[in-house]
Structure formats: structure tokens, C-alpha cells
Design a binder for this molecule. Structure first.
Ligand code: MRU
Length: 363
């Protein structure tokens, strides 16, 4: 997608062919800074500290983290150590484990001297596949937006939560991909972007990428969604997901569940954009998905730009007040109108997913 006319991916190889470039998302929306990763620890830190975030991009960064580790030591022991270090960075997005398994499966029986080259080829393939998957999600999802526009003849208002745009993937995004496709087709579309406390990925990242691509949007407090739905101001909700169970329960950024409840109560369709590497075929009940508990300082403090242009952090809560910070929640499949995958839209159920992905359902 474009930043002021220049096309970017969220992760790419540097000119020397081995260093990895990322956009430091902790600096957005006020600074656009590109960071170079050179070591396993650089990649692990980038995921842990959320310089990169979003399930597909976490997976892509982990794949390149394996490449950087193997450059230093291509032995079996080093490969296992890198796998363990990267897997421990963030627990919820299943794309992390999926990408690490993909790279290690490719290398396991290969001679050590070929491993680096093969790992880079695998990481590049993971990135290119992600772009293709997300564009296909956009092509399927835009049908829903187009149909809504044809029915109402009005601008289509889509509510989204967190950031499931191109910054959360390698390109296109998942939930925002249908919106970019609608924008390309000149279908009038407007996005309600939930601010997404505590880290404000909606206010800082979704608003930033939509704004730089020229898509109409409005940032709203997390608590405004139900009110807007009650007043007919939301045509459909589309969110991303960090892990969806084989039975269609959707784990996503904390607060997604409340939006799905409000959507059902108000008869607003609630769709989830789901790339297949985000399906956890080993889990049926979404409540078994590990939920990341992040630092309390993300709740007690907030960062923003002061009047003099400096980015400052201030404390919100009283000294000594305890805080809790569960980073994700699970929306039961019954609240989800449909899953938008790269193979089409299906019901959020074991049968729905099995119809589109029979090769996994059989296993
Ligand atoms: O904690 P984050 O910012 O990594 O959480 C991101 C989300 O919850 C996204 O909605 C999800 O990863 C889907 S991204 C395409």
C-alpha cells in the first residue's frame, strides 16, 4: 500500500540481500522510521516490543529471524534455539508457530551450508504468499461492501477494531483489504476506526494507513460502537483475527467480543477476515487459546504528541492502582456472520471451514 504515493511493504530485504527492514510501528503515527534487523535478538525484540505486530507480520518477521540466526550458526542446536526464542516472543497469534514450523520443516534434512539460502527463500515465499492471500481476501470481501452499496445507494460505513491493515500483514491487510479494494473500485466507503485501548492501534495505525492511502475514516472511542450501531450508522463490521479455532471461534484484540455482541443485538453483520495460516486446526474451543497478558504500563500510561511536537508519555491512573491488561478476547462462532478467507466467505463453523479447507479437515 502507499505512503504519500510511495508503495511499501511492512517488511523487506535490505539492498545487501540479508539485513531486514521494517517500519517501527511504535513510532507511528507521529514518526515514520525504518529500522534494520541484523540478528536473531533484533527480530525477537521487534516482535516482543511490538515494533512489528499483527498476526501475519509477526509470522513473517519470525521467518526472517530464523534466517538471521542461521547466518550466525546453521547447526541443528542453533536452529532449535532460534525457534524457541522466537516462539516465546508473543503467545496468541498462531501465525508465529506456523511460520517457524514452515521454515524448520524446509531446512531439517538439508546440509548446513545450504540452510541460510533456503531459509531466505522460505521467508520470501511466506511474505509473497501473505500478500496473495490478503489480496484474495480483499477480492472476496469487497463483494460484501459492493452488495451493501447496491442495496442502500449510500456510502458504506464499516466498523473495524485494532489494526488489521497492511501494517499488520506484509501488504493489503486482512480486514482492511476489502476496504482498499472498494476504494480502488470507487465504491463510497467510510471506516469507523475503534481507537483500541490500551495500545491504540486503531487511533494510531489504522487511521494513519487509511489517511495516507486516501480512505475516508473517523476515529471513535472504543465504547462508541454500540451507540453507532443502534443509530443505523454501521452497515457492517469487519475485524481481523490472531487465531481462529477449527470450529470458528475468533480470537482477536481485546474488545472485539463486545463489538460482536453489539452487532448481533442490532442486526449488523459481523465478519472476520481470516487468512488460512491464522486457523489453529488443533483447537476446537476458542477458550483454549492462550491469551497474552501484557505489561500494566500499557494501561496506566499513554503516549502522544505534545503541542511542541515532542512525543511524550503520561500517567493516567492514580499512583499505586493495580491494572490488568489481557490483550485478546474470544468471540464465539455464533456471533460471527461469516469468515472471509482467501478461498471465499464461509460460515464460522467446523463445517464451514472444512468445506473451504478439506485438506485440513481430513487431518
Ligand atoms: O497486539 P497486536 O497489535 O499484534 O494485535 C493485532 C490484532 O489483534 C489484529 O486484529 C490481528 O492480528 C489481525 S491482523 C491482520
Amino acid at each position: 500500500m502507499k505512503v504519500d504515493g510511495t508503495a511499501y511493504r511492512s517488511i523487506w530485504l535490505d539492498d545487501d540481500g540479508w539485513g531486514v527492514r521494517i517500519i517501527d510501528q511504535t513510532r507511528l503515527p507521529h514518526r515514520f522510521e525504518i529500522v534494520r534487523l541484523e540478528t536473531l535478538e533484533d527480530a525477537a525484540h521487534a516482535i516482543r516490543a511490538m515494533l512489528v505486530r499483527g498476526a501475519p507480520l509477526i509470522g513473517a518477521t519470525a521467518a526472517y529471524g530464523m534466517c538471521l540466526a542461521l547466518r550466525e550458526d546453521p547447526s541443528d542446536d542453533a536452529m532449535q534455539r532460534a525457534y524457541d526464542v522466537l516462539l516465546a516472543t508473543r503467545p496468541t497469534a498462531v501465525n508465529l508457530r506456523w511460520a517457524l514450523d514452515d521454515v524448520t520443516a524446509e531446512l531439517r534434512n538439508q546440509p548446513h551450508e545450504r540452510r541460510v539460502e533456503l531459509a531466505y527463500a522460505c521467508a520470501a515465499r511466506i511474505c509473497d504468499d501473505d500478500v496473495g492471500i490478503n489480496e484474495a481476501i480483499g477480492n472476496h470481501g469487497v463483494d460484501l461492501i459492493r452488495a451493501t452499496h447496491q442495496r442502500t445507494g449510500q456510502t458504506v460505513n464499516v466498523l473495524t477494531h485494532c489494526n488489521a491493515g497492511w501494517l499488520a500483514t506484509v501488504d493489503w491487510g486482512t480486514a482492511l483489504s476489502p476496504i482498499y479494494k472498494a476504494h480502488e473500485e470507487d465504491i463510497p466507503v467510510h471506516v469507523w476506526a475503534d481507537e483500541t485501548r490500551p495500545r491504540n492501534q486503531g487511533a494510531s495505525l489504522t487511521a494513519w494507513e487509511l489517511g495516507h492511502h486516501g480512505v475516508a475514516h473517523t476515529v471513535i472511542p472504543d465504547n462508541a460502537g454500540g451507540h453507532l450501531m443502534q443509530h443505523g450508522l454501521v452497515d457492517l463490521c469487519i475485524t481481523g483475527t490472531d487465531r481462529t479455532s477449527a470450529a470458528g471461534d475468533v480470537c482477536n484484540k481485546i474488545g472485539t467480543y463486545l463489538k460482536a455482541l453489539a452487532a448481533q443485538h442490532n442486526g449488523v453483520p459481523f465478519y472476520v477476515a481470516l487468512p488460512s495460516p491464522t486457523i489453529d486446526w488443533t483447537i476446537e474451543d476458542g477458550r483454549a487459546i492462550p491469551i497474552e497478558e501484557r505489561a500494566g504500563s500499557e494501561v496506566s500510561h499513554i503516549a502522544g504528541k505534545a503541542d511542541d511536537g515532542e512525543v511524550v508519555t503520561v500517567q493516567l491512573t492514580p499512583d499505586g492502582s493495580p491494572v490488568a491488561n489481557p490483550a485478546f478476547d474470544v468471540t464465539p462462532s455464533g456471533l460471527v456472520t461469516g469468515l472471509i478467507t482467501e478461498r471465499g466467505v464461509c460460515q464460522a463453523s467446523r463445517e464451514g471451514l472444512a468445506r473451504l479447507f478439506p485438506e485440513h479437515a481430513a487431518g
